[in-house]
Structure formats: C-alpha cells, structure tokens
Design a binder for this molecule. Structure first.
Ligand code: BGC
Length: 362
C-alpha cells in the first residue's frame, strides 16, 4: 500500500516534470527522459489495449442525424493502424436500429455496415471494441428497457461469436441518470451470463455510473469474470475539455486554457481512483474516452492530451482518445494533426512530418 502510494507520487511528479519540460521547450525531451511509470501498480491482469482511437460521432448519433461526422472508410482503419494505434472503439447506437418489441430484432442493414468496419479493423490487425452507445431510453427508464437491452446483447453476442479475439464487447457506454451502479450491475451480470453462452472468453468491457467518470470507481463492482475489463472516462477539468460544447448547458466559456496546479491535480485524482479501484476489485482498467473539444486552442488541447495520456501510461492503463476525426479532432480531413499525434506519442511517417514535436524526441 505504502509502495503503491509512493509510486503514485513518483508518477505524478514524473508527469508534471515531463509536461513542464514539454511546455517550456517542446523539443527538449530526449532519450534521457525517464520512461513513464513502467511498473504496474497492482497485480491485476494487463489489458491487451495500449493505444486506441474512438470512431466517434459516426454511428452513435440518432438515426439519420449527422453530428458533423463522416462515416469511416477502409483507409481510416489502415491509417489508424499505420500510425501506431492498436485498437479502435466503435460506438454504435444499436438501440436505434432494433425493433421496440420482442425479440427486438436488430436491422440486418446495420449489422452489414458494422461488419464492414469490423472486417476492416481485423484486416489491419486492430482490436475493435463493439460498443453499445447512447441507449438514452435505458438511462431514463431502466425497468422499461431492461429486457430490450438484454435482447440486444443476445443478438450481438450471437452475431459476433465466431469473430477472433480482436473483437471486444463494451456493454453500455456511460451509464447515468437512473442507471446508477446498483441498477446497472445486475443488468451487466445478466448480460455477461448470456454473452458467455456463445463467447466464453471474449473480452467484455463495462463501466459504472456518472458517465463512467472517476467517481463511479468508488463503488462500481463488475461481475467476476477473468475476461472482464472495467472502463472509465476522463474529461476533467470538464470546463476545459467541454468549452463551447453545444450539448452542455450552460456551455463552458471558450477559449479556456489548461495547466494550472488545480488542473493538474485532476491527474492525481485519476491516479488515486484507479489505483484504489484495482486494489479493491482486482479488475483491470481501460481509459475508454478522454480528450478536449475543438473549440479549445490547439496548443491547449495538445498539452492536455499529452498530460492525460502520460498519466494513463504511468498507471499502466491503456487509453482511447475521443474522437479521431470528429468534434475532438486528432485528424482533420486527410491529415493527422501533428501536435495531437505528438501528444499521443504516435509516430507519423517521415514524409508527413511537418513540425517538431515531443513524440519525435520521446
Ligand atoms: C459521447 C459524445 C461526446 C463525448 C464527449 C461521448 O461519450 O458519445 O457524443 O462528444 O462523449 O462529451
């Protein structure tokens, strides 16, 4: 316990040091810079995801709506793999593509579209997390939608049962409102039991309440299963990451910067919550979403992304940046954003490199 606590301090200090160095002189990081963390904090099994990109705002908006996003094409998956990601998270609003009455049949056309993305990811040697995203009615009326939720997963489990180990499931994105931990946990247990009938060892990801923020980790108890991975999302400080967000009311003012002591204290809170959770449950963790919105100045977004990514790595936690080409861009059109690529510690092909970056000398 003591050792863990002091390791945590080291990691905080390390991240602050590295971040401070990057702030002062983005090219100053050298091979002498100590590696972040490196040592796992607990004996929890490791998660086979290190660097992941969310295919956000592509298939998770209401049916027919566009959230400024575009649909993925095979080239996206090829480029995501080429730059060094090992995983994509694939949020789909499955509930919008299924009957409202039993057996809640999922539209075969939606399966066709999703399968195409799963095939591309598999072809390019990426893990892909099939994520049931934005089941809004479940959050407001858990009792009324429980059977349908279970029915959706029976079909998803059956549909993907013959896929390779690179396909992961994520049962429900960001439980909130009436879907508190004590309400969602029995549902997760029932759904996992169904999944296990057809997918005995598939990795299954699940997160807790309050939009799976770090506070959910205090009480979240996922069902016991060696292939369950718990997830959390990190958007703190929220007023920075969601500045100007149209879906937040009132929308936090933009432009806002990141970098005060108070801002960095959130990284300590992340360390504290994740270490305690893993000690209490023995379940490994995955950071399923983090990032900062486009209305934040790019330099600030990059600084924030760098700090959170480093902290996750110091904690030996795989991460998934929100959201590739949409709203929280890492890539703009056909181009990766160099400072974001650097912040994520990825490596751009030399021909495409257009600016000095921490990643270059990391
Ligand atoms: C939601 C997105 C949102 C993001 C950041 C995700 O879980 O699906 O719509 O942009 O969180 O708020």
């Amino acid at each position: 316990m003591k050792e863990i606590a002091s390791n945590r301090k080291i990691s905080q200090k390390l991240v602050s040091m590295i971040t401070a160095a990057a702030l002062l002189a983005p090219t100053a990081l050298t091979a002498q810079t100590p590696p972040p963390g490196g040592k796992p904090y607990t004996s929890v099994p490791s998660v086979p995801i290190k660097r992941c990109a969310n295919l956000g705002n592509m298939f998770e908006q209401p049916k027919g709506a566009a959230w400024g996003g575009r649909m993925p094409v095979e080239k996206d998956l090829a480029e995501i793999a080429a730059i060094g990601f090992d995983t994509v998270r694939f949020p789909v609003r499955w509930s919008a593509y299924a009957d409202s009455k039993p057996p809640y049949t999922i539209d075969p056309e939606m399966f066709k579209k999703a399968d195409e993305v799963v095939d591309w990811a598999t072809k390019h040697k990426l893990n892909i997390i099939v994520d049931l995203h934005h089941y809004d009615e479940l959050f407001t009326d858990p009792d009324g939608h429980k059977d349908r939720f279970i029915g959706l997963w029976q079909q998803l489990a059956e549909h993907y049962k013959d896929r390779g180990e690179n396909v992961f499931f994520e049962v429900i994105n960001e439980p909130h409102n009436k879907l508190t931990n004590d309400v969602v946990e029995p549902m997760l247990t029932a759904i996992l039991a169904d999944i296990r009938k057809t997918n005995p060892t598939r990795k299954v990801i699940m997160g807790g309440d309050f939009w799976s923020g770090i506070s959910s980790l205090e009480t979240f108890d996922p069902p016991k299963d060696p292939n369950v991975i718990a997830t959390f999302h990190f958007y703190e400080p929220f007023n920075f990451t969601h500045q100007g967000a149209s879906w937040v009311n009132p929308s936090p003012p933009a432009p806002a910067s990141f970098g005060s002591e108070e801002d960095y204290a959130w990284l300590d809170k992340m360390a504290d919550a994740t270490i305690k959770f893993q000690q209490r449950t023995g379940v490994p963790l995955f950071l399923g979403e983090f990032g900062a919105i486009d209305s934040a100045p790019l330099k600030e977004r990059a600084r924030y992304t760098y700090a959170v990514r480093k902290q996750a790595e110091a904690l030996n936690i795989g991460w998934c940046v929100w959201a590739y080409t949409n709203t929280f861009h890492v890539r703009q059109g056909e181009e990766w954003i160099p400072s974001m690529v650097a912040a994520l510690g990825l490596q751009q092909a030399p021909a495409a490199k257009s600016e000095e970056s921490p990643a270059k000398s990391e």
